[in-house]
Design a protein around this ligand. Structure first.
Ligand SMILES: Cc1cc2nc3c(=O)[nH]c(=O)nc-3n(C[C@H](O)[C@H](O)[C@H](O)COP(=O)(O)O)c2cc1C
Length: 204
């Protein structure tokens, strides 16, 4: 008797050094339940519930520094407290046999004074403000006028991504990181002419 072939989604996949037992991946989903930007124990329950042996989960967008936040109570991975709080979350996922990547993120100008250290302007490639947008739960979200970075400040942000990746993998124990490049956050702000109006004065 011929056996029915497995649906392609449920077949194994070699992703670089990782052997996945299937191709159903948990997409990164901002949850806004990391109070004070620190992951909470219930995150371990949430992620472990979605973990399967040989599966891959990508964690919610996780700030690389104190200027990175674009949403209240999104987690970070730049302080020791945050690193320590992530560890049991990652352990819970690993205990189910799944792989777990951290999505590292900087919102740039998609932010607000209230989310910034000392109420400062969000940093970006531009000083043009983002228009208000309707949030997923139907509120009108306002963004503050950003401050365009000077050329010599940009490497600090690159270093923040480096440090966050090291923290996530070496200190916490995530299996890898995904750099959040989409949705008009800081990387797109620098890559798109519509948002990057820096002149030669600022280093182009
Ligand atoms: C509430 C919510 C939060 C999300 N948070 C993130 C996030 O933190 N990082 C990210 O890259 N995408 C985020 N997304 C986008 C999703 O991961 C996904 O790409 C999007 O919903 C499209 O998926 P689909 O094509 O399967 O519908 C979010 C989407 C929703 C609805």
């Amino acid at each position: 008797m011929e056996s029915t072939p497995a649906p392609p989604l449920l077949t194994p996949h070699k992703m670089g050094q990782f052997d996945l037992s299937h191709r159903v991946v948990l997409a990164p989903l901002t949850r806004q339940r990391s109070y004070g930007n620190v992951p909470q124990p219930h995150a371990g329950v949430y992620y472990a519930q979605r973990a399967t042996k040989g599966g891959l989960l990508i964690a919610e967008a996780t700030g690389v520094s104190d200027t990175a936040q674009g949403y209240k109570d999104a987690p970070g991975v730049w302080t020791k407290e945050q690193i320590d709080a992530w560890k049991p979350v990652v352990d819970a996922v690993h205990a189910k046999g799944a792989l777990f990547f951290c999505q590292i993120w900087h919102a740039g100008r998609v932010s607000n004074y209230k989310l910034q250290p000392n109420g400062q302007a969000p940093i970006s490639s531009t000083d043009k403000q983002v228009s208000p947008q309707m949030s997923a739960d139907g509120r009108l979200e306002e963004f503050s006028p950003p401050r365009r970075l000077a050329k010599d400040e940009i490497p600090n942000v690159v270093d923040d991504f480096r440090e966050a990746a090291r923290n996530a993998i070496a200190a916490v124990g995530f299996d890898g990181v995904e750099i959040h490049g989409a949705y008009s956050y800081i990387i797109e702000q620098f890559l798109k002419d519509s948002a990057n109006d820096r002149t030669d004065e600022y280093g182009g």
